[in-house]
Write a protein that binds this ligand. Structure first.
Ligand code: SF4
Length: 306
């Protein structure tokens, strides 16, 4: 029995074949890294990029996608995934060129664009709305948590209230989005995680990505007593499994845990074995007879039992 709504199953049924995300890095940076908001970045972020050249050349973009695609041997379709940094942080003319090129790739069925809630100006939204009407588009937004205090502590650069307004704009344009949430932030408890899930249930998000907090070289969290708040594997497994029970059943789980760069990973070491974390979550769900939506009783009616 499949106990949650997986990315693989959902897109296989939608596009009638296996669908892979082809992740490419086109050299975007981020306003929380290049000084527009801050140079420090979110405190969990280890990637630094200030001056980089955006790749807009059609042949180069297509060859980057092809390189990823060639790693896959079985028959499939592709969702082109702009995943690194803030993939709407550029001139709208450049974005248009990039997005259209990605969609021209031979077996592309759509596009996933990861970005921040404060990098969606009206002209960019207009472009996304046009693309969304003509192909399959998902905007991936870093929410992380609904707790404003945690958001301030992580130096996110925008509030949860701001993010809510951005989601309203996406809703008004019928642009699909998924939300990214972190489990294990300093000071957060089960109640905070549940509040994040309840908020996601109340939106029109079509999907969620769970991120287990970990530390890589370059992260500002190194200055904190991180061993005191970063979760043990079994705690993470238990929390995420229960949150799946609270998640509305039609929300697609795009990711159960992150896959850090093992060469850069400092703590915790268990985060380096993504396959093991996923199988532990699946086992916990089975052993405790939890399935997606089991505890969901409608917005604001859940009992808190994590
Ligand atoms: S996590 Fe994303 S938004 Fe935050 S600093 Fe890093 S690239 Fe920017």
């Amino acid at each position: 029995m499949q106990r949650y709504n997986t990315f693989d199953d959902y897109y296989k049924s939608k596009f009638k074949t296996k669908v892979y995300r082809l992740s490419i890095d086109l050299g975007f940076t981020c306003p929380n890294r290049d000084g527009k908001i801050s140079f420090g970045g979110c405190n969990f972020c280890s990637e630094k990029r200030i001056n980089s050249k955006l790749i807009t050349n059609k042949e180069t973009i297509l060859s980057l996608i092809k390189k990823e695609d060639e790693k896959i041997t079985r028959d499939h379709k592709s969702l082109i995934y702009l995943s690194s940094f803030t993939n709407t942080y550029a001139r709208v003319e450049d974005l248009e060129k990039i997005y259209k090129t990605c969609l021209e790739y031979e077996n592309s069925v759509g596009l996933i664009i990861a970005t921040r809630a404060d990098c969606l100006s009206d002209d960019i939204l207009e472009l996304l709305s046009y693309i969304s009407k003509n192909t399959y588009l998902i905007v991936e937004i870093g929410m992380q948590t609904v707790n404003e205090n945690s958001i301030r502590m992580m130096n996110r650069g925008y509030t949860h209230s701001y993010l809510k307004k951005t989601l309203e704009k996406l809703d008004s344009l019928n642009i699909k989005y998924i939300l990214h949430t972190i489990i294990g932030l300093e000071g957060e408890k089960n109640e905070d995680y549940l509040n994040s899930i309840k908020y996601i249930n109340s939106t029109k998000a079509i999907g969620i990505k769970f991120h287990n907090l970990y530390i890589e070289y370059g992260s500002n969290l190194l200055k904190k007593p991180f061993e005191d708040f970063i979760l043990e594997k079994d705690e993470y497994v238990k929390i995420v499994s229960n949150l799946i029970g609270y998640l509305k059943e039609d929300i697609i789980i795009h990711r159960l845990c992150s896959g850090p760069n093992r060469d850069k990973l400092i703590y915790p070491k268990w985060a380096g074995d993504k396959a093991r974390v996923i199988s532990s979550i699946q086992k916990y769900l089975k052993d405790n007879d939890i399935y997606q939506g089991k505890f969901y009783k409608g917005d604001d009616k859940d009992e808190e039992k994590i």
